[in-house]
Write a protein that binds this ligand. Structure first.
Ligand code: ATP
Ligand code: ZN
Length: 607
């Protein structure tokens, strides 16, 4: 099928035809888009391709990642993609790497070997990294992404266009902790709470995922203030130790657990009367009343998917609660902790049961297991047709890039035309010039970081600010003027600094840090501002690429156009739907699909 690129001589200029077999192409990611791109490259006559993917094939990939078959499940995506392409055309020189593109093996010299790099990724961290590597190596990058029926293809070249990080991306959807713990109003709030409960009972300890009533909720304190509330309510407070320790002491007794989370804690919440002045108060539910209520199970019409599609009765919820806990307890016996996984049935069952009971307590619509899985797992329906369209466009753009017809390398959006019609429309636009204040591609990249220098530890500065927010892989940090090496990318070299505060290292208000990520060939100057959050809603730290832009946007209606360079982790006290996902695999799958639109596709709601 693929051996003959018969259409190529007719539609492409002789110059491009000559470039196709000799140009070396890197495809990053062999998932939905990656498989399509590889097929298109092979069909177009490309002969020198490298493919990298860190993952193995999952059965759920087979419906659209057509280079893979059932017998390949569990095998390396990159390796199998290579074999399948070779089966189509054995003359292609295709090299596969089963690895993450962010590892140090793939430095600037690795990237320099390619005529063009094609991203087919599903997460921002990897996209940011490839963006930096292509800038450092001065290799053109074609970036693409899809989300359901929408998609985008964009050409990025150093000095010519914006880079992937020129415009700040909207934060992933987060919910304030008090909404999750005290006043849920949507199914997703209860699902996030149930996932946190799973982690509290079976997972790794994470204080940010507390599921108990939040006594510091300013709304609960009303005029009296938070401290007053804490004092007044101390007498009523249910005694709290680590939820896991307590659960283990009860041998994970389902009845005791149920009564604590759905009766006692809800009664405690009711005692925070201010919360219920303007909203419907929750109704505590005991194990005995839930277990005897088999009344309102929504019967599914389709017996095949019955369990998945129906909304469970309370009796069923208690049964599933009980059985899933006993399975999870067993699973935990051989491990230190469990990691929530939407595809592990007892974990999904537990979250479905808990989320539905909590939803009922707060008069929120309940959901079927299928719906809970979709919301909890942030599953965006991947549409093979959109992947195919986008991948076709990627390869068309590749032809233009190879011919250096950069003025023809337009950004293309794939969109549904309107709600009345299902026609797909594509619009094209020139990608704007680089943002001169971009903290990645400008001549002297610089950011302002406002942070509590007295309490932040060096190790948290490295993990939260440099790696998580600024997306560095292996940073070296020197305090400017003093020459003090604060963080070294050499393992253990600066371990003695890890638990020191920034102030103890001499990093105080006005300090300048020179940060160098050797792998990304990226140097950044960070201006430190001492900052202490005043209000509960204030972020723990702020990262701004340009103070002027930020000041303007704060005056604006919703701050959408603000210059904050990394809103995504700017408030790590907030509850993030994605917070239990590996950042490399997280679902921040697609970047902003249209500059005019808010990027709300990090989480898909079914409602
Ligand atoms: N750092 C990385 N290095 C190499 N490959 C990566 C990296 N991060 C993600 N990928 C790969 O990018 C691909 C993206 O493909 P896709 O969006 O179809 O995701 P998927 O995991 O195959 O499917 P789904 O998420 O819908 O189950 C995946 O195969 C993933 O393993
Ligand atoms: Zn940029």
């Amino acid at each position: 099928m693929m051996a003959k690129a018969s259409a190529v001589p007719i539609v492409l200029k002789a110059e491009i035809q000559k470039l196709i077999p000799t140009s070396k192409i890197l495809v990053v990611g062999a998932g939905g888009i990656g498989c399509e791109i590889l097929k298109n490259l092979a069909m177009s006559g490309f002969k020198d391709i490298e493919i990298i993917d860190l993952d193995t094939i999952d059965v759920s990939n087979l419906n659209r990642q057509f280079l893979f078959r059932k017998e390949h499940v569990g095998k390396s995506k990159a390796m199998v993609a290579r074999e399948t392409i070779l089966n189509y055309n054995k003359d292609i020189n295709i090299k596969a790497y089963h690895d993450s593109i962010t590892t140090s093996e793939y430095g600037v010299n690795f990237f320099k070997r390619f005529a063009v790099v094609l991203n087919a990724l599903d997460n921002r961290a990897a996209r940011n990294h490839v963006n930096r590597m292509c800038l450092a190596a001065d290799v053109p990058l074609i970036e693409s992404g899809t989300s359901g029926y929408t998609g985008q293809v964009e050409f990025i070249k150093k000095g010519l266009t914006q880079c992937y990080e020129c415009n700040p991306k909207a934060a992933q959807k987060t919910f304030p902790g008090c909404t999750i713990r005290n006043t849920p109003s949507e199914p997703v709030h209860c699902i996030v709470w149930a996932k946190h409960l799973f982690n509290q009972l079976f997972g790794e300890d994470d204080p940010d995922q507390d599921v108990s009533p939040d006594t510091a909720d300013p709304e609960a304190a009303g005029d009296a203030g938070v401290e007053a509330l804490a004092q007044v309510d101390e007498s009523k407070k249910v005694e709290r130790k680590s939820t896991k320790t307590w659960a283990q002491e009860t041998s994970y007794n389902p009845e005791k657990l149920f009564n604590k989370f759905f009766e006692d804690d809800i009664k405690y919440l009711l005692s925070m009367e201010n919360l219920w002045k303007n909203r419907k108060a929750p109704i505590p539910l005991s194990w005995s009343s839930a277990a005897s209520d088999d009344g309102d199970q929504e019967k599914s019409k389709n017996d095949v998917h019955k369990e998945d599609m129906e909304v469970w009765s309370f009796k069923k919820c208690t049964e599933v609660f009980s059985s899933s806990i006993s399975m999870l307890k067993e699973e935990l016996a051989n491990k230190n902790f469990l990691v929530w996984d939407k595809d592990f049935k007892p974990a999904l069952d537990f979250v479905t049961a808990c989320a539905n009971v909590r939803s009922h307590i707060f008069s929120i619509a309940r959901k079927s297991r299928f719906e809970v899985k979709s919301i909890a797992g942030n599953i965006i329906p991947a549409i093979a047709t959109t992947n195919a369209m986008v991948s076709g466009l990627v390869v068309l753009l590749t032809f233009r890039v190879l011919a250096e017809e950069y003025e023809k390398c337009l950004t293309v959006y794939v969109r549904q035309k309107s709600s009345e019609s299902n026609t797909v429309m594509m619009t094209e636009k020139f990608l704007g010039a680089a943002n001169p204040k971009c903290y990645v591609c400008s001549k002297q990249p610089m950011v302002d970081v406002s942070i509590n220098t007295k309490s932040m530890l060096v190790k948290d500065f490295e993990s939260e600010i440099l790696k998580k927010s600024l997306n560095m892989v292996a940073p070296d940090v020197v305090l400017d003027g003093k020459g003090v090496v604060v963080i070294s990318s050499e393992e253990g070299e600066t371990a003695a600094n890890d638990n020191k505060t920034l102030t103890e290292m001499g990093i105080v208000d006005g300090a300048i840090l020179k940060v160098d990520d050797f792998l990304q060939n990226y140097e950044l100057t960070i201006c430190i501002h001492h900052y202490v959050p005043k209000e509960k809603e204030d972020p723990l730290y702020k990262i701004l690429a340009d103070m002027d832009l930020q000041a303007k946007s704060e005056e604006g209606a919703n701050g959408k156009e603000n210059g904050a360079s990394s809103a995504s982790a700017a408030d790590f006290a907030a509850v993030n739907v994605d917070d239990d996902e590996d950042p490399q695999e997280g679902s921040s799958k697609r970047r902003k699909m249209n500059p005019k639109e808010e990027d709300d596709d990090d989480m898909i709601m079914l409602d």
